[in-house]
Design a protein around this ligand. Structure first.
Ligand code: TRH
Length: 376
């Protein structure tokens, strides 16, 4: 059963000043999620500083920047950034990245009632996305080591007991205006009769040959996004199954990446942000979880399959792709009509929920009103 929807943002709430701290651990998800969040908040009238230790990927992910978002390099230890903390209403540390020490010291007294006299500020730890049950238990909890700063845990998620999913306000409008034929022309792509268009964004994996076999059950043109799939296939390893053509794609901007997913019939995506984009695209998709050595990602895959009420074929396909099972022969694609309908059903139900930014604004407003107290 779904919990009641959290309060929706109110037009009378004032715009706020936000700092988002991001350390790029590896891959593109850290910067990708932080950038989408920053842009979405700015579109709602807020002022956002994105403080990031490696902004290289933003050159192609967001070449135009975004009105209302300022990108700042992560300050070195000797830089006194404590003044920043007095200028902010909400500080978000993405994925427990720990803001610079001087900033943290200056912000701490503003986070808890009774500690300082300065106006309250909120310190939020934005966590990774997962459909696992711990997310509902942990979302929105405060944490305050004795005498320390008060931090709030914010967990994105797939139901209203969690923090929601990033969804730009103009997403549906842009999707409805999208013209697939023009996009194909712009990309110099042409489909042969009966061919499906598939995007492939993945990690290095030994399960790729089987997935290609599965996809090639219907003739398809596979767009290789990102370097991993491209390098895997560059030397003809694995060989392409018959009925499959491939095309390497350049790095696309985030809006360009989204458009590619809208254009495709099937999207193979990975990690966190591209999963959510595939979901909003509303096309059948196959997800690869960020692989962890202890196999912790298997539980993430299972939890997501359960959340989306996947059928047995989809479960078998995702399990094989994520290395959770070794099938005797390549898994098969779910029946097309049922797969499409199931994906759209889930997407439509998620669209009725407030987005992550809707919920985050309500969360922040409630707590700032209460003077950042944990009593509400
Ligand atoms: O790159 P990722 O594998 O990031 C991962 C995950 O987020 C994972 O959960 C996290 O633990 C790990 O990083 C540290 O996958 P993800 O999250 O889909 O991020 C990819 C981003 O790159 C996404 O914002 C889309 C963007 N992108 C483009 O904008 N253009 C492109 O051409 C491509 C290929 C990606």
């Amino acid at each position: 059963m779904q919990a009641p929807h959290p309060p929706m943002p109110n037009a009378t709430w004032p715009p706020l000043r936000w700092d988002i701290f991001c350390r790029v651990v590896d891959n593109l998800g850290d910067v990708g999620v932080c950038w989408r969040l920053a842009a979405d908040l700015a579109d709602r009238g807020h002022r956002v500083r994105l403080v990031i230790d490696d902004a290289t990927a933003l050159r192609w992910m967001a070449p135009q920047g975004h009105a209302g978002v300022q990108v700042l390099p992560w300050p070195q230890d000797k830089v006194d950034c404590s003044a920043w903390a007095s200028q902010v209403d909400v500080a978000i540390e993405a994925f427990a990245c720990d803001p610079p020490a001087r900033y943290a010291q200056a912000l701490a007294p503003r986070t808890a009632p009774g500690v300082g006299t300065a106006p309250p500020a909120l310190w939020i730890n934005l966590e990774y996305l997962s459909a696992e049950p711990y997310v509902e238990r942990s979302h929105g909890l405060p944490s305050r080591p004795l005498g320390g700063a008060l931090k709030w845990f914010y967990f994105p998620g797939f139901n209203t007991r969690t923090g929601g999913l990033i969804r730009a306000q103009d997403l549906l409008e842009n999707q409805q205006a999208f013209d697939r034929d023009s996009w194909l022309l712009q990309q110099h792509l042409s489909l042969q009769p009966g061919e499906r268009l598939v995007s492939l964004f993945c990690y290095h994996t030994t399960t790729l040959p089987d997935l290609l076999q599965t996809l090639a059950g219907t003739p398809c043109l596979v767009l290789l996004a990102g370097p991993q799939a491209q390098s895997l296939l560059a030397a003809g390893t694995p060989p392409l199954p018959s009925g499959m053509r491939v095309q390497a794609m350049p790095w696309l901007s985030q809006p360009g990446f989204d458009r590619m997913l809208w254009a495709c019939d099937v999207n193979v995506v990975r990690g966190e942000d591209s999963l959510v984009r595939a979901l909003w695209a509303g096309k059948p998709f196959i997800w690869q979880a960020y692989p962890q050595h202890d196999g912790a990602h298997h539980a993430k895959v299972q939890a997501l399959l359960t959340q989306m009420q996947a059928d047995a074929d989809l479960r078998a396909l995702w399990a094989a792709w994520n290395g959770m099972a070794v099938p005797a022969q390549p898994a098969r694609l779910p029946a097309w009509a049922a797969w499409t309908a199931q994906t759209l059903r889930w997407r439509d139900s998620l669209l009725t929920q407030p987005s992550l930014c809707d919920q985050l604004q309500a969360f922040v407003h409630t707590r700032l009103q209460a003077g950042a107290s944990t009593d509400d």
